[in-house]
Design a protein around this ligand. Structure first.
Ligand code: GLU
Length: 488
C-alpha cells in the first residue's frame, strides 16, 4: 500500500511458554496493520530466553495460529530475513558485548547474591513495610573477593543495571500520550545461565532489527523506563511506543488462560471459528466503527483507516456473542462450495475421520446448514442422521412420542409419493409432499411432516426436512420411512 507515512518496522515478540494467548494475535494484528499501512515490514521474533518456562511446541503453535489467522510476517525464524537469527536463544553472542560495555561504563554491575538472600530480603522488606523495595545494592562497588566474605554469596554472578535516582519515568505513547511509570528496580540484565533477561534482549534486538515502533500490551508500561535507560546508555535512538489495552472478560477481569478458554488462541481453531471472523472481531476490539461504517470489515479496510489515536485505552471487553454473530455472518458470506470444503476439513482435523462418501455428505450439506451455523463444529451433530447408515438409525424416544394416529397413513402416502417422484430436489420433494399430505389428506403441515422428520432423522428437531431428504437421496429416505412404518 502506498502511504504518506515512512515505512515502519514492527515486530511481535511472543515468549514460547505455552500454547499461545489470544493477546499474541491481538498484538500481531496491530503491528501488522501498521506495517502494511506504511508499506514497512512485520517481524516475528521468538523471545525464548526464559529457559525455565520454555515449552518446545509453543513456537510451532504460534506460527500455525498466526498463519491460520492470516497474519503473515515478512521476517522470522521460519522465513529468515536480513536481521536474523530471529530466536533470541540463537543470539547469545550478540548480547554479551553490550552487557560488558554497560559494566565498563558503570551503568551495570555484577551481583553475587544467592536466590535465598534475595528471597529473604524481599520478605524482610514486606515485614517492615519498608517503602524502599527491590535489590539493596549490597554487591554494588564490591569486587568478587570482597563480596565472597559476606553471606549469601554465589559463584555465578548476574549483571544488574544501576538505575540512577533521576531515571526519567515519563514517556510518550502513541495511544496514551504522556505516560508515567513507577521507579524501576536494579533490573537483572544477564542471568547466571548466560542468557539475557527480556529487558536487555528486547532493547538490543529492537535496535539491531531496526524496529521503529514497539507495539505491545499495557503490562509492559512499567518496564519502559528501564528500556529507555538502556537505549540512552547504549547511545541509540529509542523507537516509538504504543501500549495496547489488555483484553478483558465481561466482568472486567483480565483474560487469563486459567479462567477463560477463549484466552487460548487454539480454542478458536478447535471450536470452528473462521479465522477471518476472529480477525475482524479483534479489529473491532481496538475501536468501534465510526458512524456509518460497518462492523464487518476486511483486514485491508482496517489497514486503510488505521490510526493509533483511534485506539481505546480502556480494556476492551471480549464479547463472545459478538464474535459468534460475526462468525455466522462470515459463514453466510462464503460460497456454498467453500463452506463445504471448510466443513470437511474442519471435521477431519478436529472431530473425526471421514470416508470419501461421508465427506461427500458433509460437503453436500453446506447449502442446508449455511443459514443456521454459528460454528463449524456445530455441523457434525446436525449431520449425525445423514452419517448414520440407514439400518443403524435409532429413533429417539421423545421423537417417537411425537407420532400421532395419522403416522401410518402419512408414511404410506409419503412413500408412495417419493417412489414415483421424478425430481428428487428439495423443491421437488417439498411440492410433491405438500400436495399429497396437506392438500390430499387435509393434514396440518406440522402433523404431516413431523412423522417424516422422525422417520428420516430419528430426532424431534433436525435441519430443514426437504433439504435433509435431498441430502440422503431417495433410496435412503425410502428405506428409513419404510423402517419406521414397519415398527408402528
Ligand atoms: N516477550 C514479550 C511477551 O511475551 C514481548 C513484550 C514486548 O513486545 O516487548 O509478551
Amino acid at each position: 500500500m502506498t502511504s504518506d507515512l515512512a515505512p515502519a518496522r514492527l515486530r511481535v515478540a511472543p515468549s514460547p511458554t505455552g500454547d499461545p494467548h489470544v493477546g499474541t494475535a491481538y498484538m500481531s494484528l496491530f503491528n501488522l496493520a501498521y506495517a502494511r499501512r506504511t508499506g514497512g515490514a512485520f517481524v516475528l521474533r521468538i523471545e525464548d530466553t526464559d529457559r525455565a518456562r520454555y515449552k518446545a511446541d509453543s513456537e510451532a503453535q504460534v506460527t500455525q495460529t498466526l498463519r491460520w489467522l492470516g497474519l503473515p510476517w515478512d521476517e522470522g525464524p521460519d522465513v529468515g530475513g536480513p536481521y536474523g537469527p530471529y530466536r533470541q536463544s540463537e543470539r547469545l553472542d550478540t548480547y554479551k558485548p553490550f552487557v560488558d560495555r554497560l559494566v565498563e561504563d558503570g551503568h551495570a554491575y555484577h551481583c553475587w547474591c544467592t536466590p535465598e538472600r534475595l528471597a529473604e530480603l524481599r520478605k524482610e522488606q514486606e515485614r517492615s513495610k519498608n517503602p524502599v523495595t527491590g535489590y539493596d545494592r549490597l554487591c554494588y562497588g564490591m569486587t568478587r573477593e570482597q563480596r565472597a566474605q559476606l553471606p549469601g554469596f554465589s559463584e555465578n554472578p548476574v549483571v544488574r543495571m544501576l538505575v540512577p535516582d533521576d531515571v526519567p519515568l515519563q514517556f510518550d505513547d502513541l495511544i496514551r500520550g504522556t505516560v508515567s511509570a513507577p521507579r524501576p528496580d536494579d533490573q537483572v540484565l544477564l542471568k547466571t545461565d548466560g542468557f539475557p533477561t527480556y529487558h536487555l534482549a528486547v532493547v538490543v534486538d529492537d535496535h539491531l532489527m531496526g524496529i521503529t515502533h514497539v507495539v505491545r500490551g499495557e503490562e509492559w508500561i512499567s518496564s519502559t523506563p528501564k528500556h529507555l535507560l538502556l537505549y540512552r546508555w547504549l547511545g541509540w535512538d529509542a523507537p516509538a511506543f504504543a501500549h495496547m489495552p489488555l483484553l478483558r472478560n465481561p466482568d472486567r477481569s483480565k483474560i487469563s488462560k486459567r479462567r477463560n478458554p477463549a484466552a487460548r488462541l487454539l480454542w478458536f481453531v478447535e471450536q470452528g471459528y473462521l479465522p477471518e471472523a476472529l480477525r475482524n472481531f479483534l479489529q473491532l476490539l481496538a475501536y468501534p466503527p465510526a458512524d456509518g461504517e460497518s462492523e464487518v470489515a476486511s483486514f485491508e479496510e482496517f489497514v486503510a483507516g488505521f490510526e493509533w489515536s483511534k485506539v481505546n485505552t480502556v480494556g476492551p471487553i471480549f464479547d463472545i456473542d459478538k464474535l459468534n454473530w460475526l462468525n455466522g455472518t462470515y459463514i453466510r458470506n462464503l460460497s456454498v462450495a467453500e463452506l463445504g470444503d471448510r466443513l470437511v476439513e474442519f471435521v477431519r482435523e478436529h472431530q473425526r475421520p471421514l470416508t470419501d462418501a461421508e465427506a461427500a455428505v458433509v460437503r453436500g450439506s453446506a447449502a442446508m446448514l449455511q443459514p443456521r451455523l454459528v460454528l463449524l463444529s456445530d455441523a457434525l451433530d446436525q449431520l449425525t442422521f445423514a452419517l448414520t447408515p440407514d439400518a443403524d438409525l435409532v429413533v429417539e424416544d421423545d421423537a417417537r412420542a411425537q407420532l400421532t394416529d395419522a403416522a401410518p397413513h402419512v408414511l404410506d402416502t409419503a412413500i408412495g409419493t417419493l417412489e414415483s417422484l421424478g425430481d428428487f430436489s428439495h423443491e421437488g420433494i417439498d411440492e410433491a409432499l405438500r400436495m399429497a399430505l396437506v392438500t390430499g389428506l387435509g393434514l396440518k403441515p406440522r402433523v404431516a411432516f413431523a412423522a417424516l422428520r422422525v422417520g428420516i432423522t430419528g430426532r424431534r428437531v433436525s435441519p430443514p426436512l426437504f433439504e435433509s431428504m435431498e441430502l440422503l437421496g431417495r433410496d435412503s429416505v425410502l428405506a428409513r420411512l419404510r423402517a419406521l412404518r414397519a415398527s408402528l
